[in-house]
Design a binder for this molecule. Structure first.
Ligand code: NAD
Ligand code: MG
Length: 391
């Protein structure tokens, strides 16, 4: 029986980088957290291990054949095993769940996470693509349901922490820091021929493949600007990006009296994940403390939008608004997948996105089905451009 002190959690995307780190926190604090549901795409063997360790009541996987495979591995004594979007929704809205950790990658996380909000669940949000594709609708639903939404993304967690106790009208701007990724110092010419292995070698963070490539193109920071726009309700003009290669200062808030408040720490996602689960408390994590006397110089500079065109495309999508960010996000997902499969070169990622965006006629978003239609359109357009050859 769960004690009253225990928070009951659902993890969407439990086999990913954020999902695994979340489960490490759960395992360290069993008196505080209990897993009710887990979901995964196709990594059945890791999900099987997680089921044996954490004993959830229900799990879901992407398709029915994976579900069948898992049922055979687990046998009758295990949890209910579901599949597809309906399965994800069941896991996200299970009646006993208090908080949903939204850590599926990409727009695939939108429907289950939105369903969780509609079911009145608190959300620890790692999945930034949800806010890129459907920020306005999602935040309106969070408001309507009165649920708690706490960011997991390290920059947004830093801003959330730097805003604590302050008045919104005193904020002059948010400053998101970016490591600059593996190609921070590469010339545009170097970027023509970088390999997949180079792009996957992030200097500071270990993450899933999609976000690692997004970090190399700096689309990740573009997605984060849009994420910040919705989470903190500030226009793009008040959201700046600074390159900070050391990833120690996780982001900053500048106030109108000139004061700047930042959150610092060693780069480890366990800190923001734990904070999103335990807020307003802080958990006694066994992290290496930040040793400012030994971490070397901290430096900051402006991003180069010529070499990192994706960042500019994201600002452009935010300015255009409506369905444009959803289309941009969809095109990026397809382009990154094509790059991972060796079908296109690194600099063709922004080229694909830019071509998709210029052929899109944006519409105002009034309901979720428009977001889903824009997402589908963006994917199909990007696939066609890649198939026909990127200009
Ligand atoms: P990942 O690729 O390591 O894991 C993604 C998870 O989602 C896996 O469990 C996978 O099985 C599942 N999944 C993927 N596609 C799915 C689908 N169609 N249906 C159902 N499940 C699916 O990704 P990650 O690095 O853990 O990132 C997850 C999210 O968190 C992303 O939106 C990312 O931008 C964000 N984020 C990650 C980090 C990080 O350090 N990894 C930091 C900040 C934000
Ligand atoms: Mg981040």
């Amino acid at each position: 029986m769960p004690s009253k002190e225990q928070k009951l959690i659902a993890i969407l995307g439990s086999t990913g980088s954020i999902g695994v780190s979340t489960l490490e926190i759960v395992a360290s604090f069993p008196e505080r957290y209990r897993v009710i549901s887990l979901t995964a795409g196709s990594n059945i063997s890791l999900l099987e291990q997680q089921i044996r360790l954490f004993r959830p009541e229900v799990v879901a996987v992407a398709d029915e054949s994976a579900a069948q495979q898992l049922r055979e591995l687990i046998g009758d004594a295990g949890p209910e095993i579901l599949s597809g979007v309906d399965g994800l929704i069941c896991c996200a809205t299970h009646p006993t769940v208090d908080v949903v950790v939204s850590a599926i990658v990409g727009a695939a996380g939108l429907i289950p996470t939105m369903s969780a909000v509609r079911a009145g669940k608190d959300i620890a949000l790692a999945n930034k693509e949800i806010l890129v594709a459907a920020g306005e609708l999602f935040m309106a639903e969070v408001e309507r349901q009165g649920v708690r939404l706490i960011p997991v993304d390290s920059e947004h967690s830093a801003i959330f922490q730097s805003l604590a106790g302050q008045r919104g009208q005193d904020v002059r701007r948010l400053i998101l820091t970016a490591s600059g990724g593996p190609f921070r110092n590469a010339s545009l010419e170097d970027l023509q021929s970088v390999s997949l292995a180079d792009a996957l070698a992030h200097p500071n963070w270990e993450m899933g493949q999609k976000i690692t490539i997004d970090s190399a193109t700096m689309m990740n920071k573009g997605l984060e600007v849009i994420e910040a726009r919705w989470l903190f309700d500030l226009p793009a003009e008040q959201i700046a990006v600074h390159i900070h290669p050391q990833s120690i200062v996780h982001s900053l808030v500048e106030y109108r009296d000139g004061a700047v408040i930042a959150q610092l720490g060693v780069p480890d996602m366990k800190t923001p994940i734990a904070y999103a689960l335990s807020w307003p408390e802080r958990l006694p994590l066994k992290q290496n403390p930040l040793d400012l006397c030994r971490c070397g110089d901290l430096s900051f500079s402006e991003p180069d939008l010529e070499r990192f065109a994706c960042l500019g495309l994201a600002y452009q999508a935010l300015e255009t608004g409506g369905t444009c960010p959803a289309v941009m996000n969809a095109a990026n997902e397809v382009a990154v997948a094509a790059f991972l499969q060796g079908k296109i070169k690194f600099l063709q990622i922004p080229a694909v996105i830019s071509q998709v965006m210029s052929s899109h006629t944006p519409l105002a978003i009034l309901e979720l089905k428009q977001v889903l239609a824009a997402d589908k359109w963006g994917r199909q357009k990007a696939e066609t451009i890649i198939y026909e050859g990127v200009g």
